[in-house]
Design a protein around this ligand. Structure first.
Ligand code: ATP
Ligand code: MG
Ligand code: MG
Ligand code: MG
Length: 459
């Protein structure tokens, strides 16, 4: 089954269970100043869960575009290192707003996986929250799931969108990719390796967490589920890694051609193929590269992609050329990719050209310093110079460090940053120090962040 067919099968199955098919909302949450990007299918329904907004339906299903590259759910550092994480992905979901609860949510999920998609039960593992006897009974007694493939976990089975908002205990379904892949079952020591891959999370929305950390019961218990399209596509296409699915193979081939690399397994190719999706979709949704807020996250992702191109030995501007291949792959499901193709290409090209001017010099400086490095820590002064003079966001330097088993002296970096602020103040360049003030990013109507999100941007 192609990814597009799986998306359709999912939406059709839930439409058949009286769910209204709702289009994906923007990656820039229109309703939530505390959230950097839409990171789950439930984001556009947040007020409905909280009982603040009434909709004409009480069951919905969607395929939601998501970005996890900052804030509470941040997978930027995982890209290129795991088989299952992207910065941009599509989340298939079904939602109940005070309508059905645990029993139906579990039954729908099990039926879709084992009947519609025909997956063998022996490959599926299930977890519930330690306290959730009700969900445990439904799985073990009603669905007949084997106790051998079932476990109760704590933090992993409590889901929340951010530090505040709707949340609740969850039940997760994992797929066992088989003994050739290292990794242990959910809850075991090695469960973070990629043998048992989480495919679907069923959240039983029961609470709202407020800023004081307290949990309050929601007016009506609800359901929010999320299944990564790329992960279920890997299962259905009999491959282990998300990067081996139809859509990514096409993107990887296009990337390989553009940068002149023949090995599709190359980690840097995967990073670039991942990043072209998040960058293009963010620009399509109105975010532009900048030094603040959402635009700064976008800038960091573009620069990372460009650095990986250079790592593969490619010197010319290339990243924007991949928009075409992406539009070909995803333009049917997301027509805005085609409509805004030029805007996306121009923005990426400009950003890349700007960074290309300093990337080589910065890399040369770094290489030279690493040649004579004693110990395994890159000095903070250097990290700061790379950031300040050569436009290397610290996560980019961190990415290079990780490839070489080195770490960054972040305390030294902060000190160098502070020293520069002091100098600027002393020189009287500024009547006031503006560096800590969030600017409005003209294109995105940026509204501000919670503390966690703000931490995500301080780089
Ligand atoms: P993991 O533990 O693998 O990081 P998660 O528990 O953080 O996943 P959830 O927040 O439960 O993920 O999101 C619901 C579903 O969305 C997951 O079960 C998975 O199928 C998918 N998903 C989550 N993060 C990503 C990602 N970065 N890339 C692709 N798919 C993802
Ligand atoms: Mg995660
Ligand atoms: Mg998880
Ligand atoms: Mg999960």
């Amino acid at each position: 089954m192609k990814s597009a067919q799986i998306r359709d099968a999912f939406l059709n199955y839930f439409a058949g269970q009286d769910h209204t098919v709702v289009p994906s909302s923007s990656l820039v949450p229109g309703n939530d100043p505390t959230l950097l990007f839409t990171n789950a299918g439930m984001v556009q329904f947040k007020e409905t869960f909280l009982g603040q907004e009434k909709r004409s339906y009480n069951r919905a299903t969607s395929s939601q575009r998501c970005v996890r590259a900052g804030g509470k759910h941040n997978d930027l550092e995982n890209v290129g290192y795991t088989a299952r994480h992207h910065t941009f992905f599509e989340m298939l979901g079904n939602f109940s707003f005070g309508d059905y609860f645990k029993r139906e949510a579990i039954r729908f999920a099990w039926e879709f996986l084992t009947k519609t998609l025909n997956l063998p039960e022996e490959r599926l593992w299930v977890t519930v929250h330690v306290s959730d006897d009700e969900a445990a009974d439904i799985w073990l007694k009603e669905m007949g799931v084997s106790a051998e493939r079932f476990s109760r976990l704590d933090e992993d089975n409590f889901w929340q969108m951010g530090d505040t908002g709707p949340c609740g205990p969850s039940s997760e379904i994992f797929y066992d990719h088989g003994a050739d892949v290292p990794g242990g079952p959910p809850g075991s020591e090695n469960d973070d390796l990629d043998r048992y891959i989480e495919i679907w999370n069923l959240v039983f929305m029961q609470y709202e967490r407020t800023a004081d950390g307290e949990l309050h019961s929601l007016p009506k218990p609800s359901v929010d589920t999320g299944m990564g399209l790329e992960r279920i596509a890997a299962v259905m296409q009999g491959v282990h890694s998300n990067y081996e699915i139809d859509l990514f193979q096409a993107l990887l081939k296009a990337t390989a051609e553009v940068v002149g690399c023949s090995n599709l397994e190359e980690k840097s190719l995967r990073v670039i193929a991942d990043h072209i999706r998040s960058c293009s979709f963010l620009i399509a949704d109105g975010v532009m590269p900048s030094n603040e807020g959402r635009g700064f996250v976008l800038r960091r992702i573009v620069r990372r992609a460009v650095r990986h191109g250079h790592k593969l030995g490619h010197q010319e501007v290339f990243f924007y050329k991949l928009v075409e291949a992406l539009a070909e792959q995803m333009g049917d499901a997301y027509p805005e990719l085609r409509e805004k193709q030029q805007v996306i290409e121009q923005a990426l090209r400009k950003e890349e050209e700007q960074f290309a001017k300093t990337l080589d010099k910065g890399m040369a400086l770094l290489e030279e310093a690493l040649d004579s490095l004693e110990g395994s820590e890159i000095p903070g002064e250097l990290v700061f110079t790379l950031h300040d003079t050569y436009g290397f966001p610290t996560d980019l330097t961190q990415d290079i460090a990780r490839e070489r088993d080195l770490s960054l002296d972040m305390a030294g970096y902060e000190a160098a940053m502070e020293a520069q602020r002091q100098r600027a103040r002393a020189a009287g360049k500024f009547k006031q120090d503006y560096t800590d003030i969030l600017e409005l990013d003209g294109a995105t109507e940026f509204l501000g962040y919670s503390t966690t999100e703000a931490e995500g941007k301080v780089v």
